[in-house]
Ligand binder design. Structure first.
Ligand code: PLP
Length: 375
């Protein structure tokens, strides 16, 4: 049977990972500055992560949400403690798109409206609701009708205010740092305006932290850099370090009702064990502190690279915009220097999403490789 050929593949067959490195089938070592789309947060094959999952496999890998699963509450408590959102409610799912889908549902159930504000360049996932609020016609079939979505330029405060005039807005969904588009940040003032307009119009402010959350920005959630407080926060990717898990944090003022949301696999004991291991590693190994230190170093050093136009981002979520399209540079980094990096919608931007435990030496490996290629 053939695989459905939807991905343009890099010609490398990965079979092993360790820390911030991955290995191909010929045992060639690669520095992982991409984490498989920002998923590997605490490093490949982390011993504590393996131990936690192994123990849970021997105990109970799955039961559905028809019984009490204590490990879900343990995850909620630990997440509340590390994120500062102890008073919020946690609903567990399996992916980023599903998290956004459920966030939009909670909003629409709350105010009975369906108009959603999203932003140009946004990526929120590929399921029906999530792709409707994504700004990319190429991945949107007719069935995912987006006529209920208003796309506004990031940081266009006047248009945002106008959009609220009819009092029909259900929710505003925003990435506190846009990832797929090429690492673009809304201003603090824009995020504060979203919060204010949502509050005064009974609309919900949804922060999509699927890519920028879980410590990657140097705060637990990237919106915390702007000191705003969304009604719903969505997360996935780094949450499970590769084990599929996502979730939404819901403000205490939104009450749950039986049957309102649901999932078979979401919140399985195995997924919760993975997510708990990630939080324990982030806390014990001070990975947010490391993200700030190495992130600041990388951002400063990237600004000094040849032919760089702009460096955007925070922590270890960095977009380096060059004066040229980066395809060839990225190919050379992978095949000649054995370093994985990411691309973005913006063709001149190299997207860096390394594991949060990278060292300065690993950062230097990347910086020297780019200098070498561009000399
Ligand atoms: N939201 C953001 C900001 C993302 O970057 C992504 C994936 O890249 C998603 C949502 C969708 O996540 P998933 O692929 O897990 O459905």
């Amino acid at each position: 049977m053939k695989l459905f050929d939807v991905y343009p593949l890099i010609n490398v067959n990965l079979v092993k990972g360790e820390g911030c490195y991955v290995y191909d089938d010929k045992d060639t070592k690669y520095l992982d500055f991409y984490g498989g789309h920002a998923v590997i947060s605490v490093g490949h094959a982390h011993p504590h992560y393996i131990k936690r999952l192994e123990q849970q496999l021997h105990q109970l890998s799955f039961y559905s949400n028809s019984v009490h699963l204590e490990i879900q509450q343990q995850l909620a408590d630990k997440l509340g403690q590390l994120s500062g959102y102890n008073d919020y409610q946690l609903f567990l799912v399996n992916s980023g798109a599903e998290a956004n889908e459920n966030a939009l549902k909670v909003a629409s159930f709350h105010n009975n409206r369906k108009k959603v504000i999203a932003f140009k360049g946004a990526f929120h996932g590929r399921t029906a609701g999530a792709v409707a609020v994504t700004d990319n016609p190429k991945i949107k079939p007719p069935i995912n009708d987006d006529s209920h979505v208003i796309f506004i330029d990031l940081n266009d405060e006047a248009t945002l205010k106008n959009a609220f005039e009819k009092n029909e807005i259900c929710a505003v969904i925003i990435e506190p740092i846009q990832g797929v588009n090429g690492i673009y940040e809304p201003t603090t003032s824009f995020l504060k305006l979203i919060q204010q307009l949502c509050t005064s119009n009974d609309a919900l402010f949804i922060a999509d932290e699927v890519q920028c959350g879980y410590g990657r920005s140097g705060k637990f959630f990237a919106h915390q850099l702007a000191e705003v407080q969304p009604d719903i926060i969505t997360m996935a990717k780094g949450m499970g370090n590769g084990f599929p898990i996502g979730g939404i944090l819901i403000h205490p003022k939104y009450a749950a009702k039986y049957g309102m949301l649901g999932t078979t696999f979401g919140g399985s004991p195995l997924a919760c064990a993975a997510a708990l291991a990630v939080l324990e590693i982030i806390e014990n190994e001070l990975l947010i502190e490391n993200t700030i230190a190495i992130g600041n170093y990388l951002i400063e050093q990237c600004k000094a690279l040849p032919q760089v136009k702009e460096v955007r981002g925070k922590g270890l979520m960095i977009g380096v915009e060059f004066e040229f399209a980066i395809k060839e540079l990225r190919d050379k980094l992978i095949h000649e220097h054995k370093i994985f990096t990411g691309n973005a919608n913006q063709p001149n931007t190299l997207r860096l999403l390394p594991t949060m435990n990278i060292t300065k030496d690993a950062a230097d490996l990347f910086l020297n490789a780019v200098k070498n290629i561009l000399k």
